[in-house]
Design a protein around this ligand. Structure first.
Ligand code: ZN
Length: 63
C-alpha cells in the first residue's frame, strides 16, 4: 500500500515534479512530489508546516 495515489492526478496536462518547500517561519524544509498545473502553479497537497504556518513558504520546483 502506498499513502498517495499517483494515478488519480495523472490526467490531462499535469507534469510530475519534485518541489522544495522552505518554511519562512521556522526554516524547516520539505521535499515533496507535486504536479505542475496550468498557470505555473504547483499542486503538492502540502497543507502546513510543523510550526502551523500555512501560507508563508518559498516553493521551488526541483525539476
Ligand atoms: Zn515552519
Amino acid at each position: 500500500m502506498v499513502p498517495f495515489s499517483d494515478s488519480e492526478v495523472a490526467g490531462s496536462s499535469t507534469q510530475r515534479i519534485k518541489v522544495h518547500i522552505h518554511c519562512r517561519q521556522c526554516g524547516e524544509t520539505f521535499i515533496l512530489r507535486g504536479a505542475r498545473t496550468g498557470k505555473g502553479r504547483v499542486e503538492t497537497g502540502f497543507k502546513r508546516c510543523i510550526c502551523n504556518n500555512e501560507d508563508d513558504f518559498d516553493i521551488e520546483p526541483l525539476a
